[in-house]
Design a protein around this ligand. Sequence first.
Ligand code: NDP
Length: 278
Amino acid sequence: MAKIIDGKLISSQIKDELKKEVSALKADGKNVTLAVIQVGNDPASTVYVGNKKKACAYIGIESQAYELPDTTSEEELLQLINRLNQDPHVNGILVQLPLPGQIHEANVIQAISPDKDVDGFHPVSVGRLCIGEKGFVSCTPAGIIQLLKRSEIEIAGKECVVIGRSNIVGKPMSMLLLRENGTVTITHSKTKDLKAVAKRADILIVAIGKPKMIDHEYVKDGAVVIDVGIHRNDDGKLCGDVDYEDVFPLCSAITPVPGGVGPMTIAMLMNNCVEAVR
Ligand code: NDP
């Protein structure tokens, strides 16, 4: 019978640990402050930004909200980031993506100081991860490592297959598994015989953005399956990239959607904010 990895529970444990740490830092005269910038009023972004502010309030992190109109120019946004880079009271800077078409995401990501890059998207943060130096790590993959560790799932020496090679999930995920001494295979849309490659995995991480694509034909008996995908069905229900019911009888452990990887992303963002002060 598969163990269900409870991301809701683990993320709230992490938030409670951070709350204590932030309170100790405050007693030491150190505040943690996150600047959150939203350009435009995309409804999904507004929900994400709202959840981040709520998590900050719970933990005791001060959040500064910058809500800019969708006509904001790249120059104006870069000027704000530059000001926040130099503000000693601001420890972390987060620009909610996606951005309106007139603004180049790469320029914005690179404008954030690597010391305040709590999303872990800056090329310097990515480079540090690759060469094994301390630095900010992209929140979703960092959260998956916490899910595995806190569920006492050994990574060292295991066959780890990552499906998807995006900059925010697949690539940093692969680097983190490698750092934990996993034997890592990265797969993508051009991989030949994905089913056979996926079936080698002791730990299968799925981040493809295709609802319920991964069924029992991709999963080895006893594998740990981590589902990063998040989609809303026609009937309004959430589902992942994995066909949960089909795969469940085969797995030794699995993350549900919702309540698996999703809640970990914000918890790890909060961890990165505290890390900026540690
Ligand atoms: P991207 O669309 O950026 O990347 C998808 C990756 O999957 C690509 O590398 C692509 O390959 C690969 N892929 C697509 N189709 C196939 C296929 N048929 N076979 C093999 N590989 C395939 O997605 P993200 O990494 O940003 O996100 C993945 C999923 O995770 C989405 O559902 C997203 O909503 C969710 N997500 C959830 C988060 C959370 O907090 N829970 C956070 C971030 C994302 P190629 O490179 O060759 O095109």
